[in-house]
Structure formats: structure tokens, C-alpha cells
Design a protein around this ligand. Structure first.
Ligand code: PHE
Ligand code: ZN
Ligand code: ZN
Length: 523
């Protein structure tokens, strides 16, 4: 059946006479490129009548400008300032006025795109941790590398607790690893094998008043972990570097006693937050190209690069895509609670029925698109370890950078952003980034410019992640690549692997390897 015939049928069924069409336009302009699934309901008719050319990558990319992105960054910073009353500085952390304003802004901008998209909001409960103060003294030493784990509870009555440091056997993943002397004392647990949250809960069950997880690597690095899902068994939990833990372990193993004071003033609360999803009204809804960015920031700052950049890239691409017809449906997601541990993306994927899940052909993650000391990074997804199709997506990015004479690096695909839930649930995925707290190498300086020996984003998760913290050139280039990815797959998924039943098995092996769940370590 030709497109013209489809249109005629739908018009006839909906009772709209062809004579009511604006007559100036040549007939073929009214013919949708291919809409075998088009509905004949009243609501479906309007969008079919408007002439729109089929999306094409080069054309969509041409709409992307750094000026528009810069203006978006400014809007977002103004919105982040709405949190100043509560936080004393701009932030878009979930639950804040700055985040609510971000959601309102995205929703409002999308609402202005007519009937190009079907918009939806998905509310979900999110746990939020807030560590107001923490202190750890071991023996007569105040360790330099002591950290408070995200989502840790407070010490009892938010008061300092005192006890002996008790070494936990093995890696503290089994109740039997916790000696009876733990009761009323402070558990010293080696990192590894199981999640930090598991260790803390076992320590709590054994009666510990606090827990310290020390790194299993011999270095001075701080250990930034998260408890994962809060549990009533959790006790106040600290991280400690391997090097700082070593002398205490030695002492205790030689039979000496070491005592400690732990203090944690912290809160874990549950709030409601929201994912926003926009799906094209056109295109085959059985075959959706999905992409996402996170709408929230950390409490410390306004999050303009992380992930205001990705969020605004998506908004720009959605705005311009609205002018075009698509063969495959495109679904944009602004997920929330990424910084609290990929909450929104996990919630979104887990709430999909198997049938809905199978309609998502791939998921593309766009988190941190314009780091000031950027590298063009592509997630090193493979078809061996990830759902089939992930490697094809990686190839699309590689080809685009190569075609534009740009260098790129491949970075671990290890659960640090919102692709994680999709991959775990069998959906092929990938994405690009420009770097967070990693240090640029000499080779990378030669490849991308910028400064070796410094972080890709020296304001990562800090107050200074403001409008000056984005490299506009990198951001524009990456937004063009986002446009290319969307346009390519919206145009055609021919040759892109069909959803694979074996993907779930791969998802399981992937899940057992990842150390991260969001920006913090879980294990
Ligand atoms: N998920 C991290 C964040 O939002 C960003 C990140 C992704 C950092 C991948 C490094 C690697 O903070
Ligand atoms: Zn972040
Ligand atoms: Zn991020």
C-alpha cells in the first residue's frame, strides 16, 4: 500500500474530507513517508496532515549551534539559583527548587513542540542521603582519607561512638566473618567480593556501632562508596585508603588493641521525583530508538556540564527533530536521581513490561558532553559482554568521529551512568562522554588539546560546574553526534541487530562485573 493510500484511508475513516486540506500545497507534501501503523483516530489525523520531510542526519546536525546550547546553559544556571534559599548555592539536586525548575523547564519547552511528541511524567520514590558532619579518629590519629559513604545512617543519636577496632575476617561478606567482639565496637572490613551495603548490614547485625571499609588496593586514594539501597541493619559507614588502614591492621594482628571514635551526623530520607519522557507521535512505535540524559545534579553545585549538557543536548535535538518525519519512533528520556545511584533509569526500565521492553531497540546515554578539559570518549560496549547491537552503536560513534577527523578514546562501560539498567535488562546500549574526575594523559593532550595531568572536568561534582565549565566546541560537536545517532536510527534500523533473547544472559554476566552503580562505587 502506498503512503498516499494510507492517508486516504485514514482521512475517510476519520470523516475529514480531502477538500478541507489547504489547497496551495502539492499533494505529495501531505504524504507521510511511511506510516503503516498510523491510527485513524481524531488525534492521529492532525499530525499526519502536516507535511514534514523525512529526517536526515546531515540536515538535523545543521540545526545544532553552540549559541543555542550556551543559551540553554544560562537558562539552567538561572534555574539552579532557585535552590539558593535552601542550599545557600545553586544546585539542581533532586527535591530542590532547582531540580523542580529544571523539570518544569524541560516539560514547558517540549510542550511548545506541538503534537510532535507524546509527553509523559513518571513519578517514583527516591532515597536521598545527607551527611552533615562526619569524623573518624583511630587510636590517636585522624586519618586523611576517611570518607563518609553515601546513604550512610548516623551514629547512634547522632553522637560520637567509641569502641575497639575489630578486624573482620575475609572480606566480611558472610555473617560468620564477624567475631562476637564486634558487639558494641567498630568493624574494620576489607573492600571486595560483596557490596559495601552488604558489609555494613552484616556489621550492624553483629552489633557494631560503626563500620570502616578499607581499600583492598595499596594506595592513598580515598574510597568513595555508596551503601546502595538503605537497610535498617546499616550502621554509620566510613571508607579508608589501603595505605592508611595498613598500620592499624598490623598493630591489631600483633595483638595490640586499637580504639576509635566515630561520629556521623547524617540523614536518609525518601522523596518523590520524576522522569520525563517524550516520544515522537510519528514513527513505528514497535521499534523505538531511545536516548537519555539525567535531569538532576549533585547537591554541591548547579551541574551545568553534569548533566545539564546532556539534558540540553537532548532538548535541542528534540526541538529540531520535531520538524521532521521519522520511520522509527524516537523516545527521549530525562531521568532523575542519577546522582543518587541511577534511580530514575533503573525505575524506568524495571517498570517496563516485557512487551514494552522489547520495543526499545537501543539506548544511548549522554552524560557530560562538554567537559572543559575534554576527551572524546566512547563507551567500550561489546556484543560479547553486552546485548547484541551495543557494538554496532559503538561503531556509529567511531565512524562519525573518524569522518570528522576527530580523535576518540574508548572508556569502560562499567555502570557509571544510566545505561546500566538498560544493559542489565537486555537492551543494547552505549554512549559518549567527555570525562569526569579522570586525569588526562600526555597522549590525550596530543589528541584533544587541553592539559595533561589535570582532570577532564576540574569542577566535577562541585560548585564551579557552572556556565563557564563547558567547552562549547566539544559540546556542539557532541550534540551534532547525538543528532546523527538519532537521525540515523530514526531513519532506519535496517541491519541493526534485532532484539536478542540471549541478551538477558549477557546482562547477568555484565552485572556481576560492574563495580559502579552511578558515580560511586558499590563494591
Ligand atoms: N555518572 C557520572 C556522574 O553523573 C558520570 C560519569 C560517567 C563519570 C562515566 C565517569 C564515567 O557523575
Ligand atoms: Zn554526576
Ligand atoms: Zn552525570
Amino acid at each position: 500500500m502506498s503512503g498516499r493510500a494510507v492517508l486516504a484511508t485514514s482521512l475517510a475513516l476519520s470523516g475529514v474530507s480531502a477538500l478541507q486540506l489547504p489547497v496551495q500545497l502539492p499533494l505529495q507534501q501531505f504524504v507521510p513517508s511511511k506510516l503503516p501503523w498510523s491510527s485513524s483516530s481524531d488525534s492521529g489525523v492532525d499530525s499526519e496532515l502536516i507535511a514534514k520531510p523525512l529526517v536526515d542526519s546531515e540536515t538535523l546536525q545543521k540545526h545544532i549551534t553552540s549559541d543555542a546550547l550556551k543559551a540553554r546553559a544560562k537558562d539552567l544556571y538561572e534555574i539552579a539559583k532557585k535552590s539558593e534559599d535552601e542550599y545557600n548555592h545553586p544546585t539542581r539536586v533532586i527535591g530542590s527548587e532547582g531540580h523542580l525548575g529544571t523539570l518544569e523547564y524541560i516539560w514547558d519547552q517540549l510542550s511548545q513542540l506541538g503534537d510532535a511528541y507524546t509527553l509523559s511524567k513518571q513519578g517514583f520514590p527516591a532515597v536521598m542521603g545527607n551527611v552533615l558532619e562526619s569524623r573518624l579518629v583511630i587510636g590517636d590519629k585522624v586519618p586523611n582519607t576517611a570518607t563518609a559513604f553515601a546513604l550512610t545512617p548516623a551514629t547512634k543519636n547522632k553522637q560520637p561512638v567509641h569502641g575497639d577496632v575489630i578486624l573482620v575476617k575475609n572480606q566480611g561478606c558472610d555473617a560468620a566473618d564477624y567475631p562476637t567482639e564486634i558487639e558494641g565496637n567498630i568493624a574494620f572490613i576489607k573492600r571486595g567480593t560483596c557490596a559495601f551495603g552488604t558489609k555494613s548490614a552484616l556489621a550492624g547485625k553483629a552489633g557494631a556501632v560503626a563500620a570502616v571499609v578499607y581499600n583492598n588496593e595499596d594506595n592513598d586514594d580515598e574510597l568513595h562508596g555508596t551503601m546502595g539501597t538503605p537497610s535498617p541493619d546499616h550502621v554509620a559507614t566510613f571508607g579508608l585508603s589501603g595505605n592508611e588502614a595498613a598500620p592499624f591492621i598490623k598493630k591489631i594482628e600483633s595483638g595490640e588493641k586499637v580504639d576509635a571514635i566515630a561520629y556521623m551526623d547524617a540523614m536518609v530520607e525518601s522523596i518523590k521525583t520524576t522522569n520525563i519522557v517524550a516520544q515522537t507521535t510519528r514513527g513505528d512505535p514497535e521499534n523505538c530508538v531511545m536516548l537519555g540524559a539525567h535531569s538532576d545534579s549533585v547537591p554541591e553545585g548547579p551541574g551545568i556540564n553534569d548533566d545539564g549538557s546532556g539534558s540540553m543536548s537532548l532538548l535541542e535535538v528534540a526541538t529540531h527533530l520535531a520538524k521532521y518525519d521519522v520511520n522509527n519512533c524516537v523516545r527521549f528520556a530525562w531521568v532523575s536521581g542519577e546522582e543518587e545511584g541511577l534511580l530514575g533509569s533503573d525505575y524506568y526500565v524495571s517498570s517496563l513490561s516485557p512487551e514494552e521492553n522489547s520495543k526499545i531497540r537501543l539506548f544511548m546515554d549522554y552524560d557530560m558532553m562538554g567537559s572543559p578539559n575534554y576527551a572524546y570518549q566512547i563507551y567500550n560496549a561489546t556484543n560479547e559482554e553486552n546485548p547484541v547491537g551495543s557494538a554496532e552503536l559503538k561503531e556509529l560513534y567511531i565512524e562519525w568521529y573518524e569522518k570528522h577527523g576527530l580523535n576518540y578514546t574508548l572508556i569502560p562501560f562499567d555502570g557509571r551512568s544510566d545505561y546500566d539498567g538498560f544493559i542489565r535488562n537486555g537492551i543494547p546500549g552505549g554512549g559518549i562522554a567527555t570525562g569526569a574526575e579522570g586525569v588526562k594523559t600526555k597522549e590525550e593532550e596530543a589528541m584533544f588539546g587541553g592539559k595533561a595531568g589535570e582532570w577532564y572536568d576540574h569542577c566535577y561534582h562541585q560548585l564551579c560546574d557552572d556556565t563557564t565549565n563547558v567547552d562549547l566546541e566539544a559540546w556542539e560537536i557532541n550534540t551534532k553526534l547525538i543528532a546523527h545517532s538519532v537521525a540515523t536510527y530514526a531513519h532506519s534500523l535496517d541491519g541493526f541487530p534485532k532484539r536478542d533473547v540471549d541478551a538477558t544472559i549477557k546482562a547477568e554476566s555484565y552485572g556481576s562485573q560492574v563495580k559502579y552503580h552511578g558515580s560511586k562505587l558499590v563494591l
